[in-house]
Design a binder for this molecule. Structure first.
Ligand code: ZN
Length: 137
């Protein structure tokens, strides 16, 4: 039910203001990555839980959606009134820079750590970078 309200909310915004592409991991955007699997095993995370991914259609739109500079960030987890969603640069740019998988799994890990655990921002980055680099414990 919550997901449905969330979807309607984003559809509404997208129709009137933004033109991002909306994906839902793992339903319309399926990613299989050993690093994400390792993370899910270690933290007891359900990878089937849907995560909304808004792919900005331009660098400028990314900054509008996240209030973050696109020169420094390739993705971000946004939490608004208990709605969690990931915003990324256009996939074309992520692919071109060879950071498509790194960016998505990075933000998916933030999603779970933010929603179900109590780590600080710094601790989250440390945990995530360990998994993204493949440095498993
Ligand atoms: Zn991060």
């Amino acid at each position: 039910m919550k997901t449905r309200i969330c979807l309607i909310f984003f559809l509404f915004i997208s129709l009137f203001y933004f033109s991002f592409n909306m994906h839902i991991f793992p339903i319309t955007l399926y990613i299989e990555d050993i690093r994400l699997e390792r993370f899910s095993n270690d933290f007891g995370i359900n990878l089937a839980e849907p995560i909304i991914v808004l792919e900005a259609i331009s660098l400028e739109e990314f900054t509008e959606l996240t209030q973050l500079p696109y020169s420094y960030y390739s993705g971000a987890l946004i939490v608004k009134r208990n709605n969690y969603y990931v915003v990324t640069l256009p996939f074309k740019i992520l692919h071109k820079n060879n950071i498509f998988y790194d960016t998505l799994i990075h933000e998916f890990m933030h999603y779970h750590l933010e929603k179900y655990f109590h780590f600080s921002e710094e601790e989250q980055e440390r945990i995530i970078s360990k998994f993204v680099k493949g440095e498993f414990s």
